[in-house]
Design a protein around this ligand. Structure first.
Ligand code: ATP
Ligand code: MG
Length: 569
């Protein structure tokens, strides 16, 4: 969130968002009728894991720019590495992009769609003396690359004739050589200060089955050799990626300049990747958390994956709002995870029906309330949404309240229940604590109160007290398993670890607490992903583990403020 982004418009009225640097570039390109004014972006995930909130940022950016400028955005799987990629990931990525509310229409592509074309271009480069087969090991090749301040060493195979290269490359393709024995390299410049220009590898031998091309190929293009050409083949105009690819840009341009003879080029622009406090974002690390059993799968509600956030109770709107507020930066920074939580609160505050849930229940008996009587009280479904109407909540002689809403010896500022004190039960009556009962261990098992029948909410009663509590009728309460999440990591920058340790040592051992709650009966029949505000406690979402006879909730986020402390109604 950056207030500097908000500038007054000419008439000084409505604040209008200033253009981010990509929007400024695109508007300039449109003005100049570059690419006939077309705007065509793409989101290019590698299907080697589930998408995370950083990808969500990139999705919102690429699809969002296309939407804003009447352009198009492709979904393209960068599937050049068969050993790490899986169909499960492809499916999850498509689900996540759709769930965020974006549509690639008929523009679903795979880098593997271009394997044939990329191969043809490799042959062209060999014929023109711009690529050669190197028989050295990967280690040796990387050693010879040298360091940025000193030129690398040329491979002894660099001067091979085009005929010999052609022959060897065909035999690589035909499966004559084992993995790792040869590579095809571009012949560029072993002295370039840009290490990526020092004869980069184009193809490696991998006798591996590809999720789409099966065993058709045993040589696979490197990501760098495929990426820019894929953009070219799809007619991408603005090829947006994260900063670490800035240094790859000259290589992408070199490839196109050496194989394409028309003028059109996709232009690459880099922005800073999203980093979030208390979060790790690399897919490699997320995979490790999953496979090491540190979390329960990619969609564990503690994970920063889109599917984890969905299960946690985040809405697509809240994530899009977050992406918008984060903006587009050119320099690396770390965004406070609190901003993400702020966005989901904002959204759910408007949408989530309110209910009563007691997560650490203690029983209250209202001794002067008739036994067996039930009153169906009217409460707002959502005071933020006038359309939402009201709900019926049963009130009886025995209710649950939160254990910490009672104190035996409360301090002066404690406006909740204590011996001789009064509180209002939200939407019901004022009650007064007359007595309480302990078990042998000293735990309070029952609080005994009286109620004032003249104080029913909505009856016009004048009497006010400072505290207001939520409650659930004992005979009507539904039982639910409630999973309370805290941050997955206990340090703000979990990637930074002490010597000899790693990010896993920064995991928060208390990131999940499971309690058994008592819930208002109106939630009966709620289905997975339905969201509620448990009044005074936070936003909660029905977990897919819910079955016909077991309700499971995930806490999405706590509330920042509660009416119990500020209102006496
Ligand atoms: P990771 O580093 O988390 O493994 P990646 O960059 O390897 O991610 P890709 O599947 O290659 O993952 O990414 C697809 C697109 O998402 C790329 O354009 C990439 O730049 C973008 N992206 C990935 N991580 C972030 C992030 N943290 N913030 C913004 N964009 C991101
Ligand atoms: Mg990547």
């Amino acid at each position: 969130m950056n207030d500097n982004d908000l500038k007054k418009t000419g008439n000084g009225q409505e604040p209008q968002k200033a253009l981010n640097f990509l929007e400024a570039i695109i508007e300039e390109d449109i003005r100049n009728a570059k690419n006939e004014g077309r705007v065509h972006t793409r989101f290019p995930p590698e299907p080697n894991g589930y998408l995370h909130i950083g990808h969500a940022k990139s999705i919102c950016l690429n699809f969002g720019l296309a939407e804003k400028y009447n352009g198009r955005c492709n979904l393209r799987f960068d599937d050049t590495n068969p050993t790490k990629e899986e169909e499960e990931y492809v499916q999850s990525i498509m689900e996540d992009v759709r769930w965020l509310g974006f549509d690639w229409e008929d523009r679903l592509f795979y880098a593997s769609d271009y394997f044939g074309q990329l191969y043809e271009w490799a042959l062209k480069m060999i014929r023109e003396g711009k690529a050669y087969v190197d028989d050295q090991s990967a280690d040796l090749i990387s050693e010879q690359r040298g360091v940025p301040t000193r030129p690398g060493t040329e491979s002894p195979f660099r001067k091979r004739s085009a005929e010999e290269n052609m022959d060897l490359f065909l035999r690589m393709k035909n499966g004559e050589f084992p993995d790792g024995t040869r590579v095809l390299r571009a012949k560029i410049d072993m002295a370039s200060p840009n290490m990526h220009m020092r004869d980069p590898v184009l193809y490696r031998i991998m006798h591996a089955k590809h999720h789409r091309t099966g065993s058709k190929w045993c040589i696979y293009p490197m990501y760098d050799y495929a990426h820019g050409q894929s953009d070219y083949l799809e007619g991408i105009t603005h090829s947006i990626c994260t900063l670490e690819f800035e240094i790859h840009r000259p290589l992408y341009e070199w490839f196109l300049d050496n194989i394409i003879d028309t003028d059109y080029r996709p232009r690459q622009y880099e922005f800073a990747r999203l980093n979030l406090s208390y979060t790790v974002m690399s897919k490699r690390k997320l995979l490790e958390l999953v496979s090491g059993g540190y979390v329960k799968g990619w969609s564990d509600p503690r994970m920063p994956t889109i599917s984890g956030l969905r299960r946690r109770g985040y809405t697509p709107e809240s994530i899009r709002m977050f992406a918008e507020r984060v903006g587009v930066a050119k320099r690396e920074n770390v965004i406070d995870v609190g901003l993400l939580e702020f966005c989901v609160r904002e959204d759910l505050n408007k949408k989530a029906p309110r209910i009563f849930a007691v997560l650490d229940p203690v029983k209250v008996v209202i001794t002067n309330y008739p036994e067996g009587k039930t009153e169906d009280l009217d409460l707002d479904v959502n005071p933020e949404d006038p359309e939402a109407g009201s709900r019926k909540v049963p009130f009886t002689r025995e209710i649950f309240i939160e254990r910490d809403d009672f104190m035996e010896n409360p301090p002066a500022k404690f406006f909740r229940l204590g011996p001789g004190r009064e509180v209002r039960l939200k939407g019901a009556y004022i009650i007064k604590c007359e007595d309480f009962i302990r078990d042998e261990q000293g735990n309070i098992t029952e609080i005994r109160c009286t109620y004032d029948p003249e104080t029913r909410s909505g009856s016009g009663s004048e009497r006010k007290v400072k505290g207001t509590l939520h409650w659930v009728s004992v005979p009507h309460a539904l039982d639910a398993e409630v999973r309370l999440y805290d941050r997955l990591f206990k340090t703000e920058e979990p990637d930074i670890a002490e010597e000899g340790k790693d990010y896993k040592d920064n995991l928060n051992p208390d990131s999940l607490t499971v309690v058994n709650g008592k819930i208002e009966p109106g939630v009966k029949g709620a289905t997975p992903y339905e969201k509620f505000q448990f009044q005074r406690l936070g936003y909660f979402c029905v977990d897919p583990d819910t079955t016909g006879n077991k309700l499971v909730f995930n806490r999405t986020v706590t509330l920042r403020e509660t009416w119990s402390k500020i209102s006496g109604k």
